[in-house]
Design a protein. Structure first.
Length: 137
């Protein structure tokens, strides 16, 4: 499973994938993602709070909220769906960005491709700004 640098297990924020900010994704395309809708998670929190309020227990209450096998999607399907949704329902007042995503299962190949798509353009733009005498942000 791919993990963000922020130590979350969510396979990249959907808006970042869909808007094209994330161009390269390090994951196995066939890996299944256990996504649970937010309303089900909220209901599980309410249920846990209600249960603790109704009956105090000596041991802590553990609630596990996961999706079934039928609800699990592959990483490739998830990324494709997020990209299609942003193309179909674009964000208002946002810049137009190329929204293709490359899913790379190998770490070293991912580092090379990510450097090309993410870091090289930033270095070129910062270098251009320095030559022009303006500060980069």
């Amino acid at each position: 499973m791919w993990r963000l640098n922020t130590l979350t297990t969510t396979p990249a924020p959907p808006g970042l994938i869909g808007k094209g900010f994330i161009k390269v994704f390090n994951a196995d395309p066939k890996c299944k993602v256990n996504l649970v809708p937010a309303d089900i998670v909220a209901n599980a929190h309410i249920l846990a709070a209600w249960r603790v309020g109704r009956k105090r227990c000596a041991t802590p209450l553990v609630v596990n909220c996961t999706a079934t096998e039928k609800l699990q999607v592959k990483v490739s399907e998830y990324c494709k769906t997020m990209t299609q949704l942003v193309k179909e329902f674009p964000l208002p007042q946002s810049f137009v960005q190329y929204t293709n995503l490359i899913i790379v299962p190998y770490k070293y190949l991912y580092c090379i491709i990510a450097a090309y798509y993410h870091y090289l353009p930033a270095i070129v733009l910062d270098g251009t700004l320095r030559i022009l005498g303006t500060k980069s942000r």
